[in-house]
Ligand binder design. Sequence first.
Ligand code: MG
Length: 263
Amino acid sequence: MPNDSKYWIVTDLDGTLMDENYDISPAKKTLSLLADLSIPVIPCTSKTASEVRYFRQENGLFDPYIVENGAAVYGISNNDSSEWELILGKSYLELKIILSNLSNEVGYRLIPLNDLSNEEIFDLTGLSNNEIIRALDRHWSVPFLNPPDEIFDKLITLCNNYNVHIFKGNRMSHLLSNLSHKGEAVNKLKLYLNKEDVNIIALGDSQNDLPLLEYADISIVIPGRNGPNKYLQSGIDNGLFRLANAPHAKGWSNSIEEILKNI
Ligand SMILES: [Mg+2]
């Protein structure tokens, strides 16, 4: 549970804190430094609550977490250790019907991740067995295979008719209610915890992080091995976002340690 820290680190996981092999080891030292300083580290990811619960346990994180691209927020109550939940989005079932309507309108079959076989999911994500069970435990967003760019652009223009939006991640796209995104989820969490004055230090690598980076007080873009995501470039060019000096966990650590020196 966040304490009285004046700062929250709100971080994407895939491609940001983790590389393509889900490795965060170059950031471990910085994570324990943040724990020593009692600065909360709040995961903010397209992953499911099941996946993030497991991740937190593995990495000794205890702070609230934002899942399914901002469609839901979870945390542990100080009083009785029960888990609380804030929902911002539409249900999986409702979104799946919308995805199928959008497929018909663009004339291209959009395939939900949850409809793939375990072998296909392994080929796409490298996940297996229990990891797949956790990844498919979705409630408030529908991930689907990335369509070609021209279909993606058409989809974006149709979304308004359904009150949804679509974010493109590295491995797949995500359909969710237009009332939910990563920035709005952080805002909801601040209000819920009565921490409206806290400063948000955000880190992300993809288009789905744009609402988070635009919302944050200090915004850091983590590049991939071939440089930053094209959707984040204009924020870097106009000086709103800082660009980390290395990909993934290494760039994450360098950026956080640089900020810690100054606060
Ligand atoms: Mg990412």
